[in-house]
Ligand binder design. Structure first.
Ligand SMILES: C[C@H](O)[C@H](O)[C@H]1CNc2nc(N)[nH]c(=O)c2N1
Ligand SMILES: N[C@@H](Cc1ccccc1)C(=O)O
Ligand SMILES: [Fe+2]
Length: 295
């Protein structure tokens, strides 16, 4: 944790918490209520059950190495030594969504921002912003994987660079984050598996992304993904599938500057669309998709 430069006590609708000048906050573990721990436990147990055979093995194994259980909300102070030892990453508590630049700066320095508060019982099935469960249960485990950990740092550095290039370049990169870190699937010998954090925190989407005929499933293609629009209010209409974390990391090694220039001349692609050039694993039926054609 950063040593406090200046501590203010900020009244928030979730109680009084110390907010540091860096926007990083201590995890107020002693202030979590039994309801908070119960929400964590119920979500943890339910998701571990639905993710058996659906999440990739690295994800499930990493949660065990981090000693996450349904018993209580994990302590960042107990996770950080394990994480630092494995890949040099650490968790920092935050209030919630950060300004993009701040977020990318954390990633570029192997700090993953984890929201300190957890959703309310009535939000168990859906919440519109990342809470502790999404960040801690969803994003943190794969930071134990050395290749994925390298990808996340490189992503942060790349995003800071893209921020200096153009809004469009940053949009291209945000799409890459969305279709990999948040909603990515991976090929395994046993079939497609989940690694995206936005999927693993949702019971419905954990099943839908692998078993529904409605969405497209398309093989990883960096520039294709960077052109693909996405929806934040429904299950994904298209999932992109990597062969391995190595494939993902290696695809992002080149300098993206010429890629951004090439993409600037190409139209974006609707989330539901499939191109003739796509490596189509499954062409979706689009059953249940909203009919607003322009999205
Ligand atoms: C990557 C993309 O820009 C995304 O919207 C960022 C913005 N700020 C964030 N802030 C926090 N705390 N957590 C996040 O996942 C994100 N995501
Ligand atoms: N290599 C990319 C940065 C990047 C790294 C990892 C993921 C995405 C982008 C660039 O030069 O801009
Ligand atoms: Fe997320």
């Amino acid at each position: 944790m950063n040593t406090p430069r200046r501590v203010e006590h900020q009244q928030t609708d979730r109680g009084t918490i110390p907010v540091y000048a860096t926007g990083v906050v201590e995890q107020p573990w002693d202030d979590y209520t039994s309801v908070d721990h119960h929400v964590w436990g119920e979500l943890f147990a339910r998701q571990r059950e639905v993710l058996a055979g659906r999440a990739c093995q690295e994800f499930l194994d990493s949660q065990n190495v981090l000693q996450m259980t349904a018993d209580a909300i994990p302590k960042f102070s107990e996770l950080n030594p394990i994480l630092r030892e494995a890949t040099g990453w650490e968790l920092v508590g935050v209030e919630g969504l950060l300004p993009e630049y701040t977020f990318f700066e954390h990633l570029a320095n192997r700090r993953f921002p984890v929201t300190w508060w957890i959703r309310k019982p009535e939000q168990i099935d859906y919440i519109s912003e990342p809470d502790l469960f999404h960040d801690l249960f969803g994003h943190v485990p794969l930071l134990m994987n050395p290749i994925f950990a390298d990808y996340m740092e490189a992503y942060g550095r790349g995003a800071l660079k893209a921020h200096g290039i153009s809004e469009e370049a940053l949009l291209n990169l945000t799409r890459l984050y969305w279709y990999t870190v948040e909603f990515g699937l991976i090929r395994t010998a046993a079939g497609l598996r989940i690694y995206g954090a936005g999927i693993v925190s949702s019971k419905g989407e954990s099943i839908y992304c692998l078993e529904s005929d409605a969405p497209n499933r398309i093989g990883f293609d960096l520039e294709r993904i960077m052109r693909a629009q996405y929806r934040i209010d429904t299950y994904q209409q298209t999932y992109f599938v990597i062969d391995s974390f190595e494939q993902l990391f290696e695809a992002t090694l080149p300098d993206f500057t010429p890629i951004y220039a090439r993409l600037a001349n190409q139209p974006s692609i609707r989330a539901r669309d499939v191109l003739d050039s796509d490596d189509v694993i499954h062409r979706g039926t689009r059953e249940g998709f909203a009919t607003d054609e322009d999205a």
